[in-house]
Design a protein around this ligand. Structure first.
Ligand code: PLP
Length: 367
């Protein structure tokens, strides 16, 4: 038996007829950039996120960088980010000419530790950009308080957390702006690249929209030097089919995660920790073990595919070799990078696959 890490084909197959019809509608409409399908999806996603505005963009990295740029973050500014996030969070800060300043995660939740943020604030700090890693919401309230107290913006990288809830409220409208990716394997995925920003500030929303469209609000009138980053109607139409199913798909991920949590007892393996205020959407189910390579090989020998998110933290990447962060002591990020292992999980994963993963973990003992 092969147990795939994520069966994307199954997810798309389950909505194949509706997506085919949506694609045909786009082709027949003649609107291949912008237009009613994009507006419709933006309204749907804003409503889903309980946010006032949604701006579709080309991908998650652009969502992050256009959000920062539209908020006026630029050269000379510092933005606090998690030390253990996907590198896009950091790159977005670099793209606007600002400096990412890493702060360690809480090693139980894998998310930015609010108690460590204050000591990283300098006179140049303008914002905190917090990632909801693996689909688990970060602890927003202490960050909101801290940001308000110090006059900073709070932004969120929710690329892995569509539908996750913090203290009962869905993510998307809690802070100064939230960036989303619709990369195909995310909980809500397009048919290729896609992204969005949600926020409650009309001015910020129109600036993001203009920046992603050559800095133009009216055709051929350019108020600033923007970029081309738009959500295409074909993706918007496909996601309008998928969005109504997102909660059910997240519910299936939750059911798989509950099986894992209940069944996976092994003293050499640390299971995810979910604070009582968090309702994660299990973009990834990430365990920790000191003997990862051997556990990964053991699972592979039973046909179970696993991945590592992420094997090298941003500050250890060659891309950041010339930055001050390269020499920062970030032991938690490094330890997590050496111990984390992502198990198969997905919206169509059969329960017997989950049982096989559980059995394989229970049977394993480190050398
Ligand atoms: C996927 C992802 C991104 C980037 O999204 P793209 O659409 O691939 O540009 C950013 N941050 C996090 C945490 C991600 O998982």
């Amino acid at each position: 038996m092969t147990i795939p890490f994520l069966d994307l084909k199954a997810a798309n197959q389950s909505v194949r007829d509706e997506v085919d019809a949506a694609i045909a509608r786009v082709l027949d409409s003649g609107w291949l950039i912008g237009g009613p399908e994009v507006e419709r999806f933006e309204h749907m996603f804003a409503a889903y996120c309980e946010a006032e505005h949604c701006i579709g963009v080309g991908n998650g990295l652009d969502a992050l960088h256009l959000l920062l740029r539209a908020a006026g973050i630029g050269p000379g500014d510092e933005v606090i980010v998690a030390s253990n996030t996907f590198i896009a969070t950091w790159l977005a800060v670099d793209m606007v000419g600002a400096t990412p300043v890493p702060v360690e995660a809480n090693s139980a939740t894998h998310n930015l530790d609010p108690t460590l943020v204050e000591q990283a604030i300098t006179s140049r700090t303008r914002a905190v950009l917090v990632t909801h890693l693996y689909g688990q919401p970060a602890d927003l309230d202490p960050l909101l308080d801290l940001c308000r107290h110090h006059g900073l913006k709070l932004f969120e990288d929710a690329a892995q957390a569509h539908g996750a809830r913090y203290k009962g409220r869905v993510l998307g409208g809690h802070s100064d702006g939230v960036a989303w990716s619709f990369y195909p394997s995310k909980n809500l995925g397009a048919l290729g690249d896609g992204g969005a920003v949600t926020c409650n500030d009309a001015q910020l929303a129109s600036r993001i929209r203009a920046l992603g469209n050559y800095g133009s609000e009216r055709r051929y009138v350019n108020i600033e030097r923007g970029v081309n980053s738009r959500l295409d109607p074909i993706h918007a139409a496909a996601m309008a089919v998928k969005l109504p199913l997102l909660d059910a798909w997240n519910g299936h991920r939750r059911a798989i995660a509950a099986l894992y949590m209940d069944g996976m007892a092994n003293s050499a393996v640390t299971l995810p920790h979910v604070p009582d205020w968090a309702e994660p959407v299990w973009h990834l189910f990430v365990i920790r073990t000191k003997d990862r390579e051997r556990l990964q090989a053991h699972l592979a020998s039973r046909g179970i595919q696993t991945l590592i998110h992420y094997p090298i933290p941003p500050h250890r990447q060659q891309a950041y070799a010339d930055s001050p962060a390269a020499h920062a002591p970030l032991p938690i990020a490094e330890q997590l990078a050496s111990e984390v292992l992502s198990l198969p999980i997905g919206p169509q994963m059969p329960f017997d696959h989950a049982q096989a993963v559980i059995a394989a973990i229970r049977d394993w003992s480190p050398a």
